[in-house]
Design a protein around this ligand. Structure first.
Ligand code: GLN
Length: 497
């Protein structure tokens, strides 16, 4: 592990904390939830929560750094993320802010200004990323729940590598207000826990977060749309609190996920999981998602493009720590901007900014960004064709045959073998050693996201649960559901886990 941040304030770290480097800020005293007003119902039962450090908190003991050198180590946000308020009102006791890949860009939590995260189960292994710090805090039993963000797999991948549960909700369900954006059209807030019940309770329990629209987040679904989505899901869910019967459900095995790079241990574990489902009376059928092989490339065009735009504001004038050595009157000439950004951003973030600026440039736009958007629609269409449930946001448009674009023509369902959920590994390998990851070419890490980005591109709910493997190390089994089928997905994950 890299050096512990010299900037941690007001911190009490155990030797293990220091070794794993999973917290950026860990105040000596946790931040208790606000007391409920006397008139309302009694205070909810408190639970401990760790928060990924790209989610804004307002306590002076909880600065928000995004693990970036461009934000001051003592930057305290003037606004609190909506999800933080929602969880504090439900009893969250915040123990600290967790380490991550800078701004969420990475798959192993190594690109942090504060040094890489590692886990010791097995020792010196990648915790996955970018929510690696949150995953380690949960896996170690230090907190009951942790918040992460999942743009292309950043909650599911670390959950798989650390042997816990990681859930990414349907896009637009959980407010992202106060979550520092990486790629807005993909970003979601995700939840990590060792048990499914705390997550289920928060999302679909009595005070279920699924109901809460946030007008501060323009992508938060309105109440009317939420109701419409929920109405379409009625009858599909068993009684609240009851587990869905696996018997009779149909699980799809996406054939395109059986890639050459898939570790044999993972492939065997995947097959064994499918077999266990069959043994309890579920049906398991092969399905085809033909656009899968292009999804990863499309993701690594779209996400950096959005990131390059989002990060433009960190120029040392509006946001970000100014490079004080740069002549300040030279801002117009770009010297101040360039030296601030050159000093402040880490190498992976710079790589993404360059990539994104290029694919959005007039010469490259049509070949990259526009094509990637097209692939994205095809990915969504692939999913819609294999799920038995309809996509509640899909508009049923009829076209004149002559102006039917190719991708609309194929919108029909795949056929009789439509499924309830897709079943696949979360990652193609077990968690690699940290040393191995740090020696590899940066783009090799992009490969780890091959099974998680399709659901992100399509905005679908997905969950990684621990999967038994025959070698030392943890692996994840991923379940993907149709849009807004989160309640059933959580039920089923609980029954499969
Ligand atoms: N590894 C992916 C990336 O670097 C996903 C990151 C995320 O979900 N925040 O873009």
């Amino acid at each position: 592990p890299g050096p512990r941040s010299p900037w941690l304030r007001n911190v009490r770290l155990t030797p293990q904390h220091r070794l794993l480097n999973h917290f950026i800020t860990h105040p000596a005293e946790p931040i208790p939830p606000p007391a409920a007003p006397a008139s309302s119902s009694p205070n909810p039962k408190p639970f401990t929560l760790a928060v990924k450090d790209n989610i804004a908190t307002t306590s002076p003991n909880l600065p928000t750094t995004c693990a970036s050198g461009i934000l001051s180590r003592s930057y305290t946000s003037p606004i609190e993320a909506t999800i933080i308020g929602q969880l504090r009102a439900r009893g969250a006791v915040i123990t600290g802010k967790t380490n991550l890949d800078e701004f969420g860009m990475g798959s192993h939590s190594i690109y942090s200004h504060y040094g890489p995260v590692t886990q010791d189960n097995p020792p010196e292994t990648s915790a996955g990323g970018s929510s690696g710090g949150s995953a380690v805090a949960v896996a170690n039993g230090e907190v009951e729940l942790a918040l992460g963000t999942d743009t292309g797999g950043s909650v599911r991948l670390p959950a798989a590598y650390t042997g816990i549960i990681g859930y990414k909700p349907s896009y637009g369900m959980i407010s992202r207000y106060g979550v520092i954006p990486y790629a807005n059209s993909l970003d979601t807030v995700g939840f990590l826990s060792r048990q499914i019940d705390p997550i289920k309770e928060l999302i679909v329990g009595e005070r279920g977060l699924w109901k809460e629209h946030d007008r501060n987040d323009p992508t938060s679904l309105t109440e009317a749309v939420r109701k419409r989505c929920a109405a379409q899901r009625k009858g599909y869910r068993s009684q609240q609190g009851q587990t869905t019967e696996l018997k009779g459900l149909k699980f799809g095995i996406p054939l395109e996920y059986n890639i050459a790079e898939l570790d044999l241990t993972i492939r065997d574990a995947w097959a064994a999981a499918a077999k266990r489902l069959q043994d309890v009376g579920a049906r398991v059928v092969p399905v085809s998602l033909p656009t899968t092989k292009h999804a990863l490339a499309a993701y690594y065009v779209i996400a950096p493009a959005e990131a390059s735009s989002n990060l433009a504001k960190y120029d040392g004038i509006r946001y970000g720590v100014r490079d004080t050595d740069a002549p300040s009157d030279a801002a117009a000439g770009g010297v101040l901007y360039a030296s601030t950004r050159g000093e402040g951003f880490g190498e992976e973030v710079k790589r993404r900014i360059l990539l994104g600026s290029y694919t959005l440039s007039s010469e490259a736009m049509d070949n990259y960004f526009i094509k990637a958007q097209r692939v994205r629609r095809l990915v969504r269409r692939d999913f819609n064709r294999v799920f038995a449930l309809d996509d509640p946001l899909q508009e049923r448009v009829t076209f004149e045959l002559s102006d039917l674009p190719e991708e609309v023509e194929m919108e029909d369902k795949w056929g009789p073998e439509e499924v309830d959920f897709l079943l696949c590994p979360t990652a193609p390998t077990l968690a690699p050693k940290l040393k191995e990851v740090m020696e590899k070419q940066p783009v090799d890490a992009y490969m780890n996201d091959v099974f998680t980005v399709p659901a992100s591109l399509a905005g679908l709910p997905a969950i990684s649960i621990p999967m038994k493997v025959t070698r030392e190390g943890a692996a994840g089994l991923q379940l993907i559901g149709q849009y807004w089928d989160d309640a059933r997905l959580l039920d089923v994950a609980g029954a499969v886990a």
